[in-house]
Write a protein that binds this ligand. Structure first.
Ligand code: FES
Length: 107
């Protein structure tokens, strides 16, 4: 649920865009971070922890904990609580280790 008209902050959400989470289109607004847009669309699981494979999601919401890492437009390890949405953005949950040293990254 998007809070479009906050009693104190006023009307802050305009400029609707579409982002894709796991291939599914979601409505978001340019004034939101990716994490805020996902939470507003009911997505709480952003990935899984490497060792225990437990769900990870929004924790600090201020760029400190790295719990919200996701792959955005092909770039791994994006802190989604700090990155604003853009139209047609492709967001993939952080499941398992990305291939950070493989050929796909030029090494
Ligand atoms: S939720 Fe902590 S860095 Fe994003």
């Amino acid at each position: 649920m998007h809070i479009k008209n906050h009693p104190i902050l006023g009307e802050r959400l305009h400029d609707p865009v579409t982002i894709y989470f796991n291939g599914k289109p979601l409505q978001a607004y340019k004034q939101q971070t990716i994490a805020a847009a996902l939470i507003a669309n009911g997505v709480k699981k952003f990935g899984e922890s490497r060792k225990l494979m437990q769900a990870r999601g929004l924790f600090c919401s201020r760029g400190r904990c790295c719990s919200c890492y996701m792959t955005v437009n092909g770039e791994d390890h994006v802190k989604t609580c700090m990155k604003m949405v853009e139209d047609e953005m492709v967001v993939i949950p952080n499941i398992g280790d990305p291939d950070v040293r493989g050929d796909s990254h030029g090494n």
